[in-house]
Design a protein around this ligand. Structure first.
Ligand code: NAD
Length: 479
């Protein structure tokens, strides 16, 4: 007999309460030992003026149980409401998003009958740090942050997940032919971590062709680990091409807490009619059971669900004449799965989970590189002429220790010797370095800024240029 594990449950909005009830009915009938704490989230709280959609006191329950089974919520139309998922991920440090996407052919129609892919997405970093600025009349920027510990944690998680779930291969998708430093770091750490898992194959894909292959021949992939943005987009693509997004669950995992849910929304038009398919949330709950070390119950539920699907007992969203045998509502579907507990699928692969809630320990290098300041990229808002005009004017700002070396616009070199065809905006990156290739001091940078201020320039930001153990910590300029 398992001892009861406390979990926090939110019934959500729209179809949420129905699919949550069905899910809890199935997993408790299967013997899940749970002590449920219920919290309110979603539309009513947003409309009460809580712009995160959750009562501040609910965080106490989440911190206490550390496990959150969450039904979808409705985000009211209009501005000012913050995504509860993003808030939960950030507040609870849920760095890994795991989404298994497996076809159930021929029971659910798909172009990819052999697909069985797990997307492991980094959840906290990348372009999702939310650091955005408008800098000039014409230009906006979003900062892409890839960290060494963040990348190592998610990549190690992907390899550990693959090993624990008898997977054969881990692939990484990056765009390091362009983003050599950020995506380059993710790729480098992937290669280093892969060496520690000789029992698993590993491979790297440039995200564009990787995504094309995933959409075309997903059966060649097994576990794929990705930085946040690519993972966000491609986990939806992967779920969709299995035949139905309504069947996928997802886990958001952190060092301390974890959240489990369906990937679909609250489907308000289907609410309260006993129509909705509870399978996505049920698959989220299966991942939760593995996480709380009730893998035996997870196995029992998943196999009974597969058996029920094989028998053609389908909700409206996947019901098809000729394939399905019975069109059922949410409650009847749950009752069918409960009646099938203990059975195993006959044609779809039988599932066997082992308890996997591994603490990921990172080993990232604690070596503190020798960091030297060698210059500054000074960004100007300027629209008073051509690149050559700006180059000539900025010569007046040169100081003995720091002088203009190159100007770029949207990353392309425009001075010296730029191409007249290059389109220029009002956003200029002016790279100042020591003329004799020596280090510079912070005082040199301040003197430069002082000078630029005297000359009347609108400096919108500066980015210090460093070397780390003699290697440039900044990208070179195209052109
Ligand atoms: P949705 O996923 O709710 O619905 C998309 C389509 O799929 C609809 O036709 C719907 O009827 C159908 N569908 C979804 N889940 C189903 C299920 N379990 N069974 C049968 N059919 C199902 O997406 P949407 O319509 O874009 O969004 C509705 C609301 O959900 C919005 O307020 C949105 O903000 C919210 N949402 C919440 C979450 C979440 O809480 N994690 C995620 C996505 C969207």
């Amino acid at each position: 007999m398992n001892t009861k594990t406390p979990i926090t449950v939110a019934y959500g909005d729209g179809i949420g309460p129905e699919i949550m009830q069905a899910t809890l009915d199935i997993i408790t009938a299967a013997g899940a030992a749970l002590e449920i704490e219920e919290i309110q989230i979603g539309e009513q709280l947003y409309l009460k003026g809580l712009n995160t959609g959750i009562e501040p006191s609910s965080w106490e329950s989440l911190r206490r149980t550390k496990v959150f089974l969450k039904a979808p919520i409705t985000t009211p139309q209009g501005g000012g409401f913050k995504s509860l998922n993003v808030t939960t991920r950030k507040v609870l440090g849920l760095y890994a998003n795991v989404r298994p996407c497996a076809s159930m052919y021929p029971y659910v129609h798909t172009k990819h009958p052999k697909m069985d892919v797990v997307i492991v997405r980094e959840n906290e970093e990348d372009l999702y740090a939310g650091v955005e600025h408008r800098q000039t009349n014409q230009v906006y920027q979003c900062l892409k942050l890839i960290t060494q510990p963040g990348s190592e944690k998610i990549i190690r998680y992907a390899f550990e997940y693959a090993r624990a779930n008898n997977r054969k291969k881990v692939s990484v998708f990056v765009k390091d032919n362009i983003m050599k430093m950020t995506d380059g770091l993710f790729h480098k750490i992937f290669d280093e971590v892969a060496l520690e898992y000789p029992d698993l194959q590993n491979e790297a894909w440039i995200v564009d062709i990787g995504a094309a292959k995933l959409a075309d021949t997903p059966e060649i992939f097994d576990v794929i680990v990705m930085p946040n943005l690519y993972g966000d987009i491609l986990s939806d693509v992967a779920a969709q091409i299995t035949g139905s997004v309504g069947l996928a669950g997802s886990a958001n995992l952190g060092q301390h807490c974890a959240m489990f849910e369906a990937i679909h929304g609250s489907a308000p038009k289907r609410a309260g009619q006993n129509l909705a398919n509870p399978s996505g949330l049920l698959m989220g709950a299966v991942m939760m059971l593995v996480h709380i070390k009730q893998a035996d119950i997870a196995t029992k539920v998943h196999n009974a669900w597969l058996y029920t699907m094989e028998k053609g007992i389908h909700t409206y969203d996947i019901y098809r004449e000729g394939v399905s045998s019975q069109k059922v509502g949410t409650k009847e579907f749950a009752q069918a799965v409960i009646a099938n507990l203990g059975k195993q699928p006959e044609t779809l692969p039988v599932v066997a989970y082992s308890n996997f809630a591994k603490e990921i320990t990172t080993k990232f290098s604690t070596h503190k590189a020798d960091k030297k300041l060698v210059g500054s990229d000074v960004f100007l808002d300027w629209d008073a002429g051509s690149p050559d005009d700006l180059g000539a004017l900025l010569a007046k700002a040169n100081l003995p220790n720091i002088a203009l070396s190159v100007i770029s616009n949207r990353g392309v070199k425009v001075w010296p010797n730029g191409m007249p065809e290059t389109f220029c905006t009002d956003h200029w990156r002016c790279r100042f370095l020591n003329p004799a290739n020596k280090n510079v001091s912070h005082k040199d940078l301040l003197d430069l800024l002082h000078k630029l201020n005297e000359l009347g320039y609108d400096v919108i930001k500066t980015e210090n240029l460093y070397t780390f153990d003699g290697e440039n910590g900044f990208s070179s300029i195209h052109g």
